[in-house]
Design a protein around this ligand. Structure first.
Ligand code: DMJ
Length: 791
């Protein structure tokens, strides 16, 4: 069993079933201990401060002495080396003369500086595939930055780039200039690129280099003796410093939320830096074993591209620079590799399009110059997106227009699923539209629009009763396959993309709002019911179709629904604005907001139920044998119900009796759906409780999923035991979605406003845009002929 770091022994705080008596004894003991600890700590701190001051003084003294000695030694050594070089040059010249060779002219032996720079550049570039538009590498204004770039990036690729000396240089460079990672840099360069990276050293620089080299050696030796350890330790301590967890107090002001948001940025930095350190360029990251793995021979940029817009939104410029450099130099879609059509579309195509959108429309976020208007590399993200989309389009080459589950990227070939009789998941086939439609809008290529839109028509022609669709659909016929209906896996984002397609094109396509309204009506009628003890509202499943039984099971995935219902109810406005808008608010919208609130509470309960405070992948609910219809009168429980203590482990609080998690479903994959909904609910209702719930969730992630040695964060195999069992995997949606939604939840409301952007299902923000004459709805719904199923 892998233990998750618990530096402050917080894991035991939430242990369920602790009795009141035990709690009181613990409390009394803890108070006495705390007073004693505080007294001792105060004394220790005073004495440590005094010792530290003395040590600092001694170290400064030693440093002054050492630096003096270094300078003297370096000067003496430089003189020696210079003498030796002069001697060697003299001998070489004599030898040339002896062999009848004239002194070559300086011009013939040394190419002019510019020419040499250019040659170096070409050599450096050869190893990389350069996109059509890249910045000029020969601009003389870039030379100083080149050096900084070479120095700063060498450290990131590890010791191989510079051997021991390189490592020492990095340490020294970092010590002398701790800000260098945030220096302005050009991105489209291979590591180590820069003047002097290849070719013969120029004599004029020799002396300086010898001096520099010797200084570095001596400083390196000093470094090894530990003289700089103070700096080193501080850097390391910061990396996993989550002490604030134990001293957390209630947020009372905007500033407190800003501080909490900074904690999310720290988690993002920790996650990204761990990935960068241990698995850079790989598609998978295993943070416990600190390894990476590729999904394609040359990698797909799975984590880099999925995380890119989160880095941008958080303004982490140097990391964006590094990601962009990888995309520019290492990313190729031309690989003989089968990929999942949907996953590649929502994560890679969505990630690139969103990066393009943010870098063009929000240039102040993580500002870099290469994507500025007019810069030669300005369209890098769009070009990579376009190339990928051309390949993914082969998925739509099917008899019905319903896309195949997979695509071979290199062969431009769509492939039916190996399982499920060749059927595609319904959610997968119908969660491509936001991305392809935005691409059509950017490129003017109508085909992207038409092919993705066609899927909606083919699906709707099936006339699914009450708008609820089975979770498989056949590309060969365009008909549904099996009868299973659910809002969890394989069903979820079909519903999400209905309302989002309506919002994406500024409500110019009411057809998708119609489909959403039908579906939400169907959800209420066939899937919503209430739990037995406390009356929680849940969305169940109909595994055998609408005539079959209601299974009281909710995937964590279903928790996207409360946020999406709220988004649909107000169409991106705040609830206050929506209520005031003439002719807009009505009973239905009111009821939808109520349903959203109740489902949000249930999803929060799924977190509260677990020992770690992190929801399971699947939760079951206790419902009456004859499930109550959604329309029945019911009162949902107060939020304070979650604070009710259990009187003993055998007599859990009544609300807990409504929840059940099976051992096999107790994993937590760092999924985003609940915080995604909290984000929408806070934005729309303005109720701060949704922020507070999100903060509690965030703390649980930090407390129970962070990995030792700067490994970042991991999924859990069992989130219902303390300490939890780790899974050794960081899903790409942890950085793409979960951390992004936490950040947005704690951000001011005007950051990416909901009436200007629409988030794809992987949390990549895309703009709302207007349809024109070229791109507009090209189909109509057929009149309904099938009878709706019984409730
Ligand atoms: C993400 O890839 C997307 O949110 C998708 O729609 C569902 N599953 C994961 C996250 O849980």
């Amino acid at each position: 069993m892998n233990r998750v770091r618990d530096p402050f022994n917080l894991h035991n705080l939430n242990r369920p079933g602790t009795t009141f008596a035990a709690i009181n004894i613990l409390r009394a003991t803890a108070t006495t201990a705390a007073v004693e600890i505080r007294d001792r700590a105060e004394k220790a701190a005073a004495s440590a401060a005094q010792q530290a001051a003395e040590l600092v003084e001694q170290a400064a003294e030693r440093t002054r002495d050492a630096v003096g000695a270094v300078a003297e030694a370096a000067e003496a050594a430089a003189k020696e080396v210079e003498r030796a070089l002069d001697q060697a040059a003299f001998q070489s010249a004599s030898s040339d003369l002896e062999h009848g060779v004239l002194f070559p002219s300086a011009a013939a032996e040394e190419p002019p500086e510019e020419e040499e720079e250019e040659k170096d550049t070409e050599q450096g570039d050869m190893a990389f595939s350069i996109p059509r538009h890249v910045p000029s590498f020969t601009d003389p204004a870039r030379q100083a930055e080149d050096r900084l770039w070479a120095a700063a990036t060498r450290q990131r690729v590890g010791p191989s780039s510079g051997g021991v000396l390189g490592g020492v240089q990095d340490k020294v460079g970092g010590f002398l200039n701790p800000d260098r990672r945030s220096l302005p840099m050009y991105k489209d360069k291979p590591y180590g690129y820069g003047p002097g990276g290849a070719g013969r050293p120029r004599p004029l620089l020799r002396k300086k280099r010898v001096l520099g080299f010797l200084t570095l050696v001596v400083l390196g030796l000093l470094w090894f003796t530990g003289i700089f350890d103070d700096h080193h330790e501080r850097a390391r301590a910061k990396l996993g410093d989550w002490r604030w967890l134990s001293s957390d107090t209630k947020a009372r002001s905007k500033a407190d939320w800003a501080r909490r948001r900074e904690r999310v940025v720290e988690a993002m930095e920790l996650s990204w830096d761990a990935y960068e350190r241990y698995a850079w360029g790989y598609d998978e990251f295993h943070p416990v074993s600190k390894t990476g793995r590729n999904m394609a021979p040359k990698g797909l940029g799975w984590i880099i591209i999925d995380s890119l817009d989160t880095l941008m939104i958080m303004n982490l410029t140097s990391r964006v620079t590094h990601a962009r450099e990888w995309i520019s130099k290492s990313l190729t879609w031309d690989q003989d590799q089968d990929v999942n059509t949907f996953e590649t579309t929502i994560r890679m195509l969505g990630g690139l399009l969103s990066a393009y959108y943010l870098s063009t429309e929000y240039p102040h976020l993580a500002p870099i110059t290469d994507d500025d208007v007019g810069a030669p590399g300005e369209d890098l993200y769009l070009e990579k997106a376009r190339d990928l989309a051309d390949r993914l389009m082969s998925a739509f080459d099917t008899p019905s227009g319903i896309p195949y589950a997979s695509v071979n990227l290199g062969k431009f070939q769509g492939l039916p699923s190996h399982a499920d009789n060749g059927a595609s998941s319904t959610a997968e086939a119908t969660t491509l539209q936001l991305e392809f439609k935005y691409l059509a809008n950017l490129t003017g290529e109508k085909d992207f629009w038409d092919r993705s839109e066609k899927v909606m028509q083919v699906l709707d022609d099936n006339q699914a009763p009450d708008g609820l669709v089975p979770i498989y659909i056949q590309p060969s016929t365009g008909h549904f396959h099996t009868q299973n209906i659910r809002l969890g896996s394989r069903g979820d984002s079909y519903y999400e993309y209905l309302i989002k397609q309506y919002l994406q094109t500024k409500k110019a396509e009411p057809i998708y709002q119609d489909m959403w309204n039908d579906a939400l009506h169907g959800i209420r009628k066939h899937l919503v019911t209430y739990t037995e003890n406390s009356g929680f509202t849940i969305v169940g499943e109909r595994p055998s179709g609408l005539e079959g039984h209601l299974s009281p099971k909710m995937d964590h995935l279903v928790c996207f629904l409360p946020g999406t219902i709220a988004l649909a109810a107000t169409e991106g406005l705040s609830e206050r604005e929506a209520r005031k808008k003439p002719g807009f608010w009505n009973k239905q919208r009111e009821a939808d907001m109520q349903l959203a609130r109740e489902l949000m509470q249930t999803c929060w309960g799924m977190y509260r139920y677990m020992a770690t405070g992190l929801a399971a992948e699947i939760t079951y609910f206790k419902i009456p044998s004859d499930p109550l219809p959604e329309s029945s009168t019911h009162t949902s429980p107060p939020d304070s119900i979650f604070d009710t203590p259990s009187s003993s482990p055998d007599a859990p609080a009544s609300w807990r009796k409504d929840f059940e998690v099976h051992q096999f479903d107790s994993h937590n994959l760092q999924r985003p759906e609940t915080v995604e909904s909290l984000f929408y609910m806070y934005r729309i209702t303005g109720d701060v409780k949704y922020r507070e719930w999100g903060w509690e969730m965030f703390k649980s992630f930090v407390n129970y999923t962070s990995v030792e040695d700067g490994g970042g964060f991991t999924s859990l195999s069992n989130a219902n035991v303390i300490p939890p069992v780790t899974k050794d995997n960081m899903e790409s949606f942890w950085m793409a979605e979960t951390l992004k939604y936490f950040y947005l939840l704690f951000s001011p409301e005007d950051l990416l406003p909901l009436d200007k952007v629409v988030f794809n299902t992987e949390a990549h923000p895309l703009p709302v845009f207007e349809v024109g004459r070229l791109l507009k709805t090209g189909w109509e719904r057929k009149p309904r002929t099938t009878a709706a199923g019984a409730a």
